[in-house]
Write a protein that binds this ligand. Structure first.
Ligand code: ZN
Length: 136
């Protein structure tokens, strides 16, 4: 199991990392390391042929799965579909979900869990361009 490490932290940010995704195994939650207040993020990997050992559903939070590498099958209730690197799957509350790796390489994914219906403004309806001098 890979450990998450806090690498940089300020009053208004936190930077955490699980390191290389190529060596990452298992499941790692991020919220406690970054102090996130709007969502929970987790990294997950499944070796060839493996699925998460249980189905689960959520009461208040939707989940968005972003597939980073590998390929597999995703099941929501009684529907099954193919997923692969680049796929994004949103699953509503009250739905059973699971995924299985069917590729030779591990299925590596990020899951973002946030309160269903909570997104108000986003991108440029929430953001504003500022005039800060770049130090990069
Ligand atoms: Zn979940």
């Amino acid at each position: 199991m890979s450990e998450i490490k806090v690498l940089d932290k300020g009053d208004k940010f936190a930077h955490a990392s699980i390191g290389s995704l190529h060596g990452f195994e298992g499941k790692q939650f991020v919220k406690d390391a970054t102090g996130a207040t709007s969502c929970e993020i987790s990294f997950g990997t499944l070796p060839t042929g493996e699925a998460v050992p249980f189905f689960h559903s959520h009461k208040a939070n939707e989940e968005n799965y972003i597939i980073l590498s590998g390929a597999g099958k995703f099941q929501v209730d009684d529907e099954v579909f193919d997923i692969a690197e680049g796929s994004v799957v949103r699953v509503s509350t009250g739905s059973d979900r699971n995924l299985r790796c069917t590729s030779a390489e591990p299925l590596c994914y990020i899951c973002i869990q946030a309160k269903e219906g909570s997104l108000g403004g986003y991108t440029m309806t929430d953001a504003e361009i500022t005039e800060r001098q770049s130090l990069l």
